[in-house]
Write a protein that binds this ligand. Structure first.
Ligand code: ZN
Length: 343
């Protein structure tokens, strides 16, 4: 009799501990910015895929600080203040590790502009794996995930600044072994921390391959963002959106405005605006001229970074009958659902 009581008691304890670890163990309802946690509701109007500075030469370290941060601040701060005046509260900085991510600069700019800025962890295997550290070839997915987990827990490099999402990069076609490895590491980390995975993706075949791998691993597709979905076709975008994957059309620009409008209108016709994310993918490229820092705008078709969505695109969407509710869904609700650590 006593023995049975002990079993019942132990079983009850196990049930309760399971209950508490899922309800209380994981804090939810927030997003991690370069200045720490904020309530997901505070994200407000958001630019979900922009860059501050990117070093296309690649860097030896996951993080790159300049000797002269002041010069970068003086150039970039007015642009961030301007977009704050346009009503934006949050910007996701998508420069990956080893490509010139500079989290100290992001934190300083966030403090000075009042804009929430979110940085990332992860590895980038696109562009012929030019930016991948050697360790990817030696270690298993679990080890990579635990390295990134250390960044989540303690901060990137020795900055103490924590990432708020997982940024990966893959090329075109079926994922190869290395791409599969970083994608698996991303899923492990996402399941552990609640962070969403944003994957720079070469084409429609690559996202289909990612979706298959995610489904095989029971991964929640609502935690996956198809970055650069403009590189796929309408049919691929609709089928991925129907599965729950976020469709991120990045690179909205003055020069390609009509193409983007067309893609957005088709997504509306299929009642899939609730899966849509939009961004400029603007920023500055880092160069050094005789050791002196030079910053050049990406020049992806926008004369001035970060403005075309507010100043051109939204006006055109309004003229096409998009309601304020739909605009708010794309720039406020969807970013919160896509990136917030909500459950
Ligand atoms: Zn980008």
């Amino acid at each position: 009799m006593i023995k049975i009581k002990v079993y019942v008691f132990t079983a009850l304890l196990i049930c309760l501990s399971g209950y508490f670890s899922s309800v209380q163990g994981q804090e939810t309802g927030y997003v991690m910015t370069v200045k720490g946690k904020i309530d997901a509701d505070e994200m407000g109007k958001t630019l979900i895929h922009e860059h501050i500075v990117t070093n296309f030469e690649g860097t030896k370290n996951p993080n790159q600080t300049f000797e002269d941060q002041e010069r970068a601040i003086n150039l970039i701060l007015p642009h961030l203040k301007y977009i704050k005046s346009l009503g934006y509260e949050t910007l996701f900085e998508c420069t990956p590790s080893y490509i010139g991510k500079n989290v100290e600069l992001l934190q300083q700019l966030s403090e000075l502009s009042g804009l929430n800025i979110v940085t990332n962890t992860g590895f980038y295997a696109a562009v012929d794996k030019k930016y991948l550290p050697e360790i990817v070839y030696k270690e298993a997915a679990e080890t990579l995930a635990s390295m990134w987990y250390d960044e989540w827990k303690d901060g990137i490099a020795d900055s103490g600044i924590r990432p708020g999402f997982i940024k990966l990069g893959v090329g075109k076609g079926e994922l190869d072994t290395i791409e599969q490895k970083i994608f698996k590491a991303g899923m492990i980390l996402s399941k552990k921390t609640g962070m969403t995975i944003a994957v720079h993706t070469g084409d429609g075949n690559s996202i289909k391959s990612q979706a298959r791998l995610a489904e095989e691993n029971d991964f929640d597709l609502q935690k996956l963002i198809w970055v650069h979905a403009q590189n796929g076709n309408d049919q691929e975008r609709m089928s991925m959106a129907e599965k729950g994957i976020w469709i991120s059309l990045d690179g909205v620009s003055e020069t390609r405005m009509d193409e983007y409008i067309k893609m957005i209108v088709i997504i509306r016709e299929h009642s899939l605006l609730s899966r849509l994310l939009l961004s400029h993918d603007d920023g500055w490229g880092v160069e050094f001229d005789n050791g002196e820092l030079v910053l050049k705008p990406f020049g992806n078709g926008n004369k001035i970074p970060y403005r075309t969505i507010s100043e051109v695109l939204i006006k055109k969407l309004n003229a096409l009958g998009f309601t304020q509710k739909q605009i708010d869904m794309i720039f406020i609700e969807n970013p919160k659902k896509a990136f917030g650590i909500l459950n």
